[in-house]
Design a binder for this molecule. Sequence first.
Ligand code: FAD
Length: 501
Amino acid sequence: MSRVVVVGAGVGGLAAAARLGATGHGVTVCEAAEQVGGKLGLVEAETGSGTFRFDTGPSLVTLPHLLHEVFADTGGPPPDLELTPLDPVARYRFADGTTLDAASDLDEHCRRLDAALGPGAGADWRRFAVRAERVWDASREPFLESPLDGPRTLARLALRRPRDVAAIAPWHSLRRLGASTLRDPRLRTYLDRYATYTGSDPRRAPAALAAVAHAEQAYGGWYVPGGLHRIAVELHRRAVERGATVRLGARVAGIEMAGGRAVGVRLDDGERLAADVVVANADAAQVYGRLLPAGAAEGARRRLARATPSLSGFVLLLAVRGRTPGLAHHNVLFPADYDAEFDAVFGDPARPVQDPTLYVSAPDDPAVRPAGCEAWFVLVNAPRHGRGAGAVDWRAPGLADRYADRLLDLLAARGLPVRERVLWSRALSPADLEERTGAPGGAIYGTSSNGAAAAFLRPANRSPVPGLYLVGGSSHPGGGLPLVLLSARIVADLVDESAGR
Ligand SMILES: Cc1cc2nc3c(=O)[nH]c(=O)nc-3n(C[C@H](O)[C@H](O)[C@H](O)COP(=O)(O)OP(=O)(O)OC[C@H]3O[C@@H](n4cnc5c(N)ncnc54)[C@H](O)[C@@H]3O)c2cc1C
């Protein structure tokens, strides 16, 4: 049995703790915050009308079998999360006023595309879907589900499966793939949005992200009644049931090394915890930039410093009086100029997006809002927080408040005049995201997938420091709940393997 310290109780840290506890390791999780879940956070608001519960991060579950799998693998039936399929997965409104209700069933989706965008759109999407499925099949096992071996992974793929590499077409951008398969510009905009699921710019993100569209279509979009934060609560419970100790308010100030390997952690109050294995769920940039002693894993640190950080998000939580006709569970309201959004987020200098895509999630769930009310989670893409190139100082006096106010204006301009019905609101800027989760600059997905090789250059799960592993959205295979769950599985297997299990 190894003594394992996990740094962070995000989804990756909790899932790894549950898995490692289940295979007999002695696990302690140190979480800086007073709440588990990290980005999968929760905010509750008491109002005169009653209590509202807001997820502060994920609002959509994809690849739900991976969630079931972590509970099944840790020795018991999955808790009653009652995952509920969504139809539409999301309601899209384009700048010209066209509305598309996305379906997870391909035939139905194509029918709706023809009806919304005109005949032919469905056939185009069907052609694209064939390609997307090939990309998914080609990348799932050798890339998403396997430990990353840097650019060697790509070379290995190229040698062993040249046809798969041709399907993945790492030299093409998602934008280019859209331009070559989808004739309707609105459909191309719809596809572009999938780049943002990895925090990236569709003009620079690889065509391989077509796999994200396939995964959503093939496995559906799901909700957890009571809010997605319940996933973190149940993972926490499962980790504890498998013997893990989860310490809240325990910030790790450093990873300790001796004889060239990780031997434990130091908390910010000076306490030391010895370990045979350290699993870092904190953002990789924090691990390599701050937690490891200077000079350790210098190559990994330098590689990471060269990568483009992912985009961040500006969140507006709104407790809303009354019900809104025409509002689906997930709503995406596109602007007239989508490229301007990416120019602002990834530009130098970066700037808040003046006319961003508005994403509104308003679950019709009595567990998260009082009767006759709605709990709105509004999210727009935003540049990360900071003072350097490509960042915005979201702590600049008045900026976050002014931006939140602008979003209310934009909601009204796009047909959702909600301002007069707001009972309570809270804005969470990228600076708040950084403060709440330790993600540098509030970058949601660690590094972006901008660039052909970006996915292969992500920090590997096995770090160059013996005894130190990385789990979570900033390491391989990437961000988003399903990929984070995969990273936990990969890490748990690596730790078991090194312990000779
Ligand atoms: C606004 C938003 C919307 C999103 N929407 C979706 C969605 O719809 N669907 C989806 O699948 N994904 C979505 N995501 C992405 C998803 O939330 C993340 O990829 C995932 O939750 C990240 O999990 P993680 O394991 O990397 O840990 P994180 O959530 O990053 O948690 C890391 C934990 O480590 C702790 N920590 C950090 N440093 C230290 C330290 N030094 N000592 C101790 N503890 C430390 C932090 O406090 C935190 O709890 C969204 C994210 C955001 C922010």
